[in-house]
Design a protein around this ligand. Structure first.
Ligand code: FAD
Length: 339
């Protein structure tokens, strides 16, 4: 890979400035991982006195463009067409690639969501640059070099990857790691909107109807009640669901129950699942392996319920309940119902 990228002539770095961010939304709903990307993008841009440029694509995007501006973006590039109402890989990649050619950002960031990952590699190829995927730390130095860190070797090491010769410096960032941007009162921003004529050939399949799958967005949950292999089967998750419903939480899982089909993959927390930072994380029958810890260690308060007093998870827990979950969870449910 390094050999391939080195075969591409180096770009003139002086031509590239500002930080670009791709914004994900569904209709008028801005996705939380993109608010996180605005947060980190803004931080990087302001550190070197540059601008934050965000790309919004869709149909009727005025509302989203305004919201992005209110979050502190300086220039919102808005591409509109009825055919872009739903996410479409090729036309979206084409539009972002075009914007990169025109505006030449020094850095370009996407959230490492399903769509973000799908787009990132295509944009990198179009822009003849490299990409650091799934970053958990992003910073910029005085030479405007992006310091992109990503976990490697099963989360045991943090690798710093630098894009030496090519621009933009592209990275995807793991959702749930960076704090979301906050709105800035009276922030001045510019929206540059264009109507796009979509090349029909790029659309590929025709979308007849969009039926959203009921998915679990753990990244915005304030409370997560997560179960592991220690639950012993899918019935354990029913118990956790009852507790989560009572306290306004969402149900999470470690990876083995997902692999065993006890619960769907959108509940998985960890290195290959979602990263969460709720106010309260209750880990039930989870041992605390590094791949799981990677996705929940930023939770404000961690409670573990585990039979084993020496389970790894206890090292990360603020409160430890050493007991069979079959005793603890029903008792908690009763206590809440009777309170
Ligand atoms: P176990 O490690 O088996 O722990 C079960 C725990 O339950 C034990 O501590 C036990 O004491 C306790 N227990 C048993 N019975 C009870 C009871 N009745 N009451 C209370 N406690 C009880 N894992 C993830 O979670 N997320 C990921 O994203 C992820 N990605 C991975 C990526 C890679 C490349 C690899 C190699 C692994 C990944 N894993 C991931 C798997 C990870 O390494 C662990 O295998 C997994 O996290 C262990 O899950 P667990 O804690 O539920 O199970």
């Amino acid at each position: 890979m390094t050999g391939l990228i080195n075969a591409i002539p180096a770009t003139n770095k002086d031509e590239y400035k500002n930080v670009g961010v791709y914004i994900e939304h569904r209709g008028d709903e801005l996705k939380r991982p993109s608010i996180e990307m605005i947060g980190i993008g803004k931080q990087l841009a302001r550190k070197v006195n540059e601008k934050l440029i965000c790309v919004v694509i869709g149909d009727k995007v005025d509302g989203i463009a305004k919201e992005v501006g209110e979050y502190g973006c300086d220039i919102v590039l808005a591409a509109e067409s009825p055919e872009l109402a739903e996410y479409r890989t090729m036309p979206y990649a084409e539009i972002i690639g075009g914007y990169i050619q025109e505006y030449k950002p020094n850095i370009f960031l996407l959230a490492a969501t399903r769509n973000g990952r799908d787009l990132a590699s295509r944009i990198a190829v179009k822009s003849r640059t490299g990409i650091t995927a799934d970053c958990t730390v992003l910073d910029i130095d005085e030479n405007r070099t992006l310091l992109a860190n990503r976990p490697t070797y099963g989360e045991s090491t943090l690798a710093e990857i630098l894009c030496r010769n090519h621009r933009p410096q592209m990275a995807t960032a793991r959702p749930g790691i960076f704090p979301p941007a906050e709105k800035e009162k009276d922030h001045k921003y510019e929206v540059i909107k264009k109507k796009v004529d979509v090349d029909k050939k790029l659309l590929g399949k025709q979308i007849l109807k969009f039926i959203p799958r009921k998915s679990t967005d753990l990244t915005s949950a304030k409370i997560v009640v997560a179960g592991g292999l220690g639950l012993g089967g899918p019935d354990g998750f029913k118990m956790l669901e009852e507790l989560a419903n009572l306290i306004g939480g969402a149900v999470g899982s470690s990876r083995p129950p997902v692999d065993l089909g006890w619960i769907t993959r959108d509940h998985q927390v960890g290195q290959t699942g979602q990263s969460v930072r709720p106010d309260l994380y209750i880990a039930v029958g989870i041992s605390g392996k590094p791949q799981h810890i990677a996705g929940m260690k930023f939770s404000k308060v961690i409670v573990s319920i585990n039979k084993d007093p020496n389970a790894e998870i206890t090292k990360y827990s603020d409160y430890i309940i050493t007991e069979d979950y079959r005793k603890v969870i029903p008792a908690l449910i009763d206590a809440i119902k009777n309170s």
